[in-house]
Design a protein around this ligand. Structure first.
Ligand SMILES: [Zn+2]
Length: 304
């Protein structure tokens, strides 16, 4: 285990080999182990580790635990005469189990029952537990969206043929250009009169706005009369949005030598260090979703 208690009842890590402290759970003496090849840890002096779910600490464990303040790391939980140490237990009683090694299906069930009373999540080390699997996905950084509508009907313009208007409008090179733009990542047409373009790059808002307004006006003048545009212009609803949203699509986990115990976990499973996954991302297995690591961490840091 990572933490034990000294005489003053402080929660301490090992500072030198042979150091003595007390196990928080069984009160017996624990001895500090520290060396060049092993992660420092406390070991029971005269008996085996008292938590039957104990597994050796790894650097990977430490990195995850260290994201949270010390009082939430390695927290003892006692229930029905049994005590286990949760890797992390937050203020809202959520338990985070940081799993680096394979685990028996029967034990998954026991742990979820024991820890999951108020909710829990699993974080799995993909490098260790899904070494041969690989994840693929497409990354879009949606940065800009443009939308406008063409009134299908309006009392003011009932005498105009809006279908003709639309056909003429979309023949214009401005709109043809937007549709063929290499940075266009999404185009939607709703109800035949609402048009939305999403680009993964910034665009010149004012330029497009004035070109588009001019195009509406020009088309109105060509097809109808000078007044048509003035009657309709507010119905065009040109609008722009900067949508700074990272979007991961077409997420696919290609499983190879998949460890089936993972499928027995009923609480949310997050896997990091997967092949193909950038280190600032984490994969939510059941939802088949990629999440920014910082968003993930910040969500749980709120409960500290
Ligand atoms: Zn103990």
């Amino acid at each position: 285990m990572r933490y034990a208690y000294n005489e003053k009842n402080d929660k301490i890590e090992v500072s030198f080999s042979g150091e003595r402290a007390k196990c928080p759970d069984c009160d017996s003496i624990v001895i500090g182990k520290k060396g060049p090849f092993k992660i420092k840890h406390w070991s029971h002096k005269t008996k085996n580790e008292c938590d039957s779910w104990y597994e050796p600490i790894t650097e990977w464990h430490l990195n995850w635990q260290n994201l949270f303040p010390i009082q939430y790391r390695e927290v003892s939980i006692s229930k029905n005469g049994k005590t286990h140490r949760a890797d992390l237990k937050l203020k809202n009683s959520l338990v985070i189990e940081i799993q680096n090694s394979p685990i028996k299906i029967s034990e998954i069930e026991e742990r979820e029952k024991f820890y999951g009373e108020n909710n829990m999540i699993w974080i799995l080390n993909g490098e260790k537990l899904a070494r041969k699997s690989r994840i693929t996905y497409k990354f879009n950084k949606k940065q800009f969206s443009l939308s406008f509508s063409i009134p299908a009907y309006s009392p003011l313009v009932s005498q105009y043929d809006m279908d003709e208007f639309k056909v003429t409008l979309f023949r214009n090179e401005l709109l043809l250009g937007l549709k063929n733009d290499k940075n266009l990542i999404n185009y939607r047409e709703n109800n035949g009169n609402y048009f939305e373009y999403e680009f993964d790059t910034d665009k010149d808002f004012f330029e497009i706005d004035s070109e588009l307004s001019y195009l509406f006006q020009k088309t109105c003048n060509e097809l109808y009369d000078y007044n048509a545009y003035h009657k309709m212009f507010s119905d065009f609803n040109i609008s722009f949005k900067n949508v700074k949203r990272d979007n991961y699509s077409q997420v696919k986990l290609n499983k190879l030598y998949w460890r089936s115990f993972i499928d027995n976990m009923s609480f949310p499973v997050f896997i990091d260090s997967l092949n193909g996954l950038e280190s600032d991302l984490i994969y939510w297995y059941q939802e088949n979703r990629i999440i920014k690591r910082s968003d993930f961490i910040n969500k749980y840091l709120k409960y500290t």
